[in-house]
Design a protein around this ligand. Structure first.
Ligand code: NCD
Length: 305
């Protein structure tokens, strides 16, 4: 791979290879196995033009675990606040000899713009409503730790689907691997175009009744409403009642069903406290550990020695 920009264009074998590398990295990500040396002497630039907690810190941690060094650039405190463009910023950073650039931005397709403007490998850490490919690897890796494989499993992804790069990347990965994906939310926030992602034995269905969508699922991934992408106007005051994962709804799920959320959670809107913190079902913090392992896998693949 030259860059890591989308899941949609990644062949099934490549996804499986990254998932296998992620699985092997989990003990290192947990701090139980020794750090590695694949990025010795390499410097990675984290260019985060949008806010982030998990993604940014896990890329940083992944670089450290591989023996490399990393620095962060965010709009406040940099010349981005003076109007310098995404691509100009990336070109200047590249000239400092970095081995790869990790980029997050509000522009859909922004990671590709950066990749077209520089020669070093670029990793998409979330570009607008488009894709968040390392998140998809960590989501599927968390599911595979639970179920062995996602083939034939039914996963409901619930909330603001249309504006979610997490939903788009996860749906591509899951469908490619033969899972059944149910995309659930208010019709204003669930574009039917997602159904075209169906491929092979993997299916993608859009739904607007959460209780029906939860029947027979193996896992539920809850999503935040993307208020910063103007989605707030599309939700009504009964959102929690219609689309929130409440203890009542969870009580009707089969015992093996697990719950995911990429974070940040808006407790009391899409997910209730007792569900987010459910010791039996919640894998929300486990996803964070898999996030470090997945980012290690991608960095090692692109720039490891
Ligand atoms: C998500 C993102 O930024 O796309 N968070 C993350 O990376 N874990 C989801 C969100 O912001 O709702």
């Amino acid at each position: 791979m030259a860059d890591f920009l989308t899941i949609a264009e990644l062949p099934r074998q490549e996804i499986l290879r990254l998932l296998e590398a992620t699985r092997k990295n989990v003990p290192v990500a947990e701090g139980r196995s020794p750090n590695r040396t694949a990025l010795n002497g390499r410097v990675i630039a984290n260019l985060f033009f949008e806010d982030s907690t998990r993604t940014r810190c896990s890329f940083e941690t992944a670089v450290h675990r591989l023996g490399g060094q990393v620095f962060n650039l965010t709009p406040s405190g940099s010349s981005i606040s003076k109007g310098e463009s995404l691509v100009d910023t990336a070109r200047n950073i590249e000239c400092m000899g970095v081995a790869a650039i990790v980029v997050r931005c509000a522009v859909s397709g922004g990671a590709k713009m950066v990749a077209d403007g520089v020669k070093c490998p670029v990793i998409n850490a979330g570009d607008g409503r488009h894709e968040h490919p390392t998140q998809a690897i960590l989501d599927v890796s968390t599911l595979m730790e639970e179920f062995g494989s996602v083939e034939g499993r039914t996963i409901a992804i619930v909330g603001d689907i249309t504006n979610s790069r997490v939903a788009r990347s996860a749906t591509h990965a899951l469908a490619t691997l033969g899972a059944h994906v149910r995309l659930v939310g208010p019709p204003t926030l669930v574009s039917k175009a997602f159904e075209r992602i169906s491929q092979g034995s993997g299916t993608v269905t859009t739904m607007s009744n959460l209780d029906r969508a939860l029947e027979g699922v193996d896992a539920v991934m809850m999503l935040r409403v993307q208020f910063e992408r103007a989605a707030g106007g599309a939700i009504s005051s009964d959102y929690r009642q219609m689309f929130g994962l409440t203890p009542d709804r969870v009580a009707r799920l089969a015992p093996h069903v697990i719950i995911l959320h990429p974070g940040p959670m808006n407790r009391g809107i899409e997910i209730d406290d007792g569900v987010a913190d459910d010791p039996q079902r919640s894998r929300i913090l486990r996803q964070v550990t898999h996030g470090v392992a997945a980012r290690m896998a991608v960095l090692e693949d692109l720039v490891g020695v």
